[in-house]
Ligand binder design. Structure first.
Ligand code: ADP
Ligand code: MG
Length: 476
């Protein structure tokens, strides 16, 4: 039975009139126009977003009472908000809260269809087609190069992308250092789900934006809206959770959202710069939630993976790059992949706009400009001394031509770091180690790479040293 919406609304006004004073009645209820009444849902038009928010903040009990009395316990209200009143040429622009009236399950509605907490307001239902997922479409699985460093994380990502919320990888927690591809991978999952399961609401957010949205909501008394928004998401990706450390209120809110989503089988993906057990400044109950699903790490890419990433990126931009140049870059840029991205972009710029050929010379020049700042404070002397101290060998012996194994290995490691952290050519590095030639240095670099693959202890040592050098660079 279709009931005339004007009648329903005027009956509601009859109830409201008894609840508010005349001035408020005229200000806040007179301007409302009833639009339609279908089933349990009455749609009313309000003149502005502000108007809508004001009603929601101040008149929920009054509206609830009116709707209850006139439409029965299941009655609900929906809004059509005029966001632009238009002019003679253009019709007014309106948004509806929610979209797709009545089809969307209210987040705190139990599965038997009866709302647990009754509100006369339907939630602003998000539309999966129009919701801003904050995803960068350039981050895909296709251009995410697989290597030993990221295999587990990647395959977990693929599984989650196929069946979000259904696998036991919920939450999926990916961790690793700067530039190892966490953001790329989680966004690839999001993009894949959007492509294959367009009815899903996907949301990518980094911790920073989440926190500021939350604080904003707190200040403007919009917490309910904030929550409602997040509780409608089917796939929530929260990037860089480590920065939630010490933010108690934000953690509290995230804890709540996390539980609700997890309970209703929605997928949660998080990234962090360290495994959950090492996260500091987090409530224990939140940390324990992080470990419910799958935790997988991404390691710094090895040489081959870096090479593949370089080729991949250049090819996708239609640029061929010689093996010589690619290898040079893979060796030289090893702060992290983000710096690599900077170097490659700069090379692309030179190649496409300045029409220069990408040869070793150009690569060196570009590298000099970009990597210098990051690497300036780690000199050959500093590297030699640090490595000698670390392996407890005499600095002078390490710089000599002595061939004892316990000296050779630290020497090779020191050469390796010189290649990584200084601008020196291979020949010049050789000079600094008792006048060796560049092929000796190449051999040293290869041995170090090989040993890192076969000897875990050795790899740990190199990583320890890497941390030392990096902390010096960031400290300066
Ligand atoms: P993180 O979030 O871990 O700091 P990002 O995802 O921002 O790292 O990665 C830094 C850059 O390196 C990005 O441009 C990304 O596309 C690229 N990158 C990282 N890992 C890969 C990979 N396996 N294949 C292709 N590109 C990658
Ligand atoms: Mg990131």
């Amino acid at each position: 039975m279709v009931i005339d919406c004007a009648t329903v609304w005027s009956d509601c006004l009859g109830v409201i009139r008894n609840e508010v004073d005349e001035q408020n009645f005229n200000t806040w209820f007179k301007p409302i126009t009833p639009l339609k009444s279908e089933g349990d849902v009455l749609t009313i038009q309000v003149p502005s977003q502000f108007f809508y928010e004001w009603l929601e903040e101040h008149y929920v009990p009054v509206l609830r009472k009116a709707i209850h009395q006139i439409m029965g316990p299941n009655g609900r209200l929906e809004y059509s908000v005029i966001v632009d009143s238009g002019n003679q040429k253009n019709p007014p622009l309106m948004v509806n809260y929610p979209n797709g009236a009545g089809t969307k399950r209210y987040p705190n509605q139990a599965s038997n269809g009866v709302p647990e907490v009754y509100s006369p307001f339907s939630v602003k239902a998000l539309n999966p087609q129009t919701v801003n997922s904050r995803l960068n479409p350039n981050y895909t699985f296709e251009n995410f190069v697989e290597g030993d460093c990221n295999r587990l994380a990647r395959s977990a990502g693929v599984a989650v992308a196929k069946k979000p919320g259904v696998t036991s990888f919920n939450p999926l927690m990916l961790y690793g250092g700067v530039g190892v591809g966490k953001t790329h991978l989680v966004q690839a999952i999001g993009n894949e789900i959007k492509k294959n399961l367009p009815e899903k609401i996907v949301l990518y957010i980094d911790q920073n934006d989440f926190t500021s949205q939350f604080l904003n909501a707190l200040q403007n008394h919009k917490i309910q809206e904030f929550q409602n928004y997040y509780l409608q998401v089917d796939l929530l990706i929260l990037d860089d959770v480590q920065f939630l450390a010490g933010r108690e209120k934000t953690q509290e809110m995230f804890f709540h959202i996390f539980n609700q989503l997890h309970q209703s089988g929605k997928q949660i993906i998080m990234t962090s710069d360290c495994p959950p057990r090492d996260l500091k400044g987090f409530q224990e109950r939140l940390l324990s939630r992080f470990k419910w699903g799958l935790t997988a790490d991404l390691q710094e890419p090895d040489f081959e993976t870096k090479l593949a990433i370089i080729h991949n990126k250049m090819q996708s931009d239609g640029i061929e790059i010689s093996t010589e140049v690619a290898e040079y870059l893979a060796y030289s840029v090893d702060t992290n992949l983000r710096d690599m991205e900077g170097v490659l972009n700069s090379l692309l710029f030179h190649a496409t706009l300045l029409k220069k050929e990408i040869d070793l010379e150009l690569a060196k020049e570009v590298l000099k400009n970009i990597v210098k700042e990051i690497q300036s404070d780690v000199s050959v002397d500093y590297i030699q001394k640090t490595v000698a101290d670390y392996f407890k060998v005499e600095l002078e012996q390490m710089k000599s031509k002595l061939k004892k194994r316990e000296i050779v290995i630290p020497r090779q490691v020191a050469m390796y770091f010189c290649k990584r952290y200084t601008q020196l050519t291979l020949a010049l590095i050789g000079e600094n180690f008792g006048g060796r030639d560049h092929s000796t240095v190449i051999h040293a670099l290869e041995s170090v790479e090989d040993m890192m693959k076969t000897d875990a202890n050795f790899k740990n040592s190199v990583e320890d040293l890497t941390k030392k050098f990096k902390s010096r660079m960031t400290a300066s």
